[in-house]
Ligand binder design. Structure first.
Ligand code: UT7
Length: 323
């Protein structure tokens, strides 16, 4: 027998405030037409003052715990994937742990920018596989609106705020049995870190900095890296693209989603798309999309779900899950 991670609950939370493309056109020299055509984005949610990453993360976590039918006292590991922590330290995860009223377990943040949720999921899965953890809470939460340069039209139109969460439960499975998270695959290439970064940091100049991006080059790497990590995940499990029930991709750009789906030979009817309404919420985008598709009944027990993401670092990864 072996320990495997089953996702027993999902949850998400979006700030109430919405900025449409028309609103963006009042702030910078852009148009709804340009944004829709190049990215597929129509609107984004923006956190209000006081609505920090921990606040969004806590709401998403509560929703996921409710669906899972467990309480915070059952959780022995909290991982928050975020690039926009409330503070430089302590971790946002420890804040969420306190907000949930947990007095046990361990909590820490994971930083892999837009790949953060997949990295955090892989980390929690490995704790469960080793037998160290019985229930884990994995959250992707961001207030990217606080680190974008609102005068830079090439980046400020792309991002939004939000949070998504999953509850993992350790279950026993026969060796080779397809239960829960089948495998996770992580990659990074630090040589490409200058394609997407902030021009500040606590250890560099004592500031947070703003998002800087070489969009066109990043786009090229995204399409290639995502296709290769998706192939890697399928091959590791002896599965084919046609076996995938739902692709739940990181929501950076509709054209990247379409490119990945096309390479897999998957129709739009098997891809979960939220980029039009959420924009790019970095580490929150995959769990936000996942929660939407679980709650509206698209993802059902027995389905094969493939999550993938790519972001600054560069980092990229995938997780294949039997629901
Ligand atoms: O989540 C992490 C991963 N992120 C990504 O993978 C993002 C990958 N990159 C992209 O999604 C796309 O490259 C963007 C959406 C960022 C940009 O689309 P693009 O088709 O690559 O456009 P571009 O950067 O090549 O810019 C084309 C033109 C430029 O004008 P010129 O130089 O051709 O005259 C830009 O100045 O569009 C201009 N432009 C804009 N125009 C109107 C850039 N931003 C805007 C804007 N509104 N907001």
């Amino acid at each position: 027998m072996a320990y495997r991670s089953r996702i027993i609950g999902t949850g998400s939370h979006l700030p109430d405030k919405v900025l449409t493309n028309a609103d963006m056109a009042k702030l910078v020299d852009t148009t709804d037409e340009w944004i829709v055509e190049r990215t597929g984005i129509r609107q984004r949610h923006i956190a209000k003052e006081g609505e920090t990453t921990s606040v969004l993360a806590f709401q998403a976590a509560e929703n996921a715990l409710e669906m899972a039918g467990v309480t915070a006292h059952d959780i022995d590991l909290v991982i928050v994937a975020t690039t926009t922590p409330d503070n430089t330290f302590p971790s946002t995860a420890t804040k969420v742990q306190a907000m949930l009223g947990m007095e046990n377990g361990a909590a820490f943040d994971v930083q892999a920018v837009c790949s953060g949720f997949v990295y955090a999921l892989a980390t929690a899965d490995n704790f469960i596989r080793s037998g160290q953890v019985k229930h884990a809470l994995v959250i992707g939460a961001e207030v990217f609106s606080r680190i974008v340069d609102w005068a830079d039209r090439s980046t400020c139109v792309l991002f939004g705020d939000g949070a998504g969460a999953v509850v993992l439960k350790s279950v026993e499975a026969e060796e080779g049995e397809q239960v829960g998270i089948l495998s996770t695959h992580l990659h990074s290439d630090g040589k490409l870190r200058d394609l997407l970064y902030t021009d500040g940091g606590p250890g560099t100049n004592s500031t947070v900095g703003h998002v800087r991006m070489l969009g066109r080059e990043l786009f090229r790497h995204a399409v290639n890296n995502l296709a290769s990590v998706v192939d890697e995940a399928l091959e590791a499990n002896g599965l084919k693209a046609e076996d995938i029930s739902w692709l739940v991709p990181h929501q950076a750009n509709k054209r990247i989603l379409d490119g990945t789906a096309r390479k897999l030979g998957m129709g739009e009817d098997r891809v979960v798309v939220t980029v039009d309404r959420h924009a790019n919420t970095s580490a929150a985008s995959v769990p936000l999309a996942l929660d939407e598709a679980v709650r509206d009944g698209r993802i059902k027990p027995g389905d094969l779900v493939l999550m993938e993401a790519m972001g600054g670092g560069l980092t990229w990864g995938a997780a294949l899950v039997r629901w």
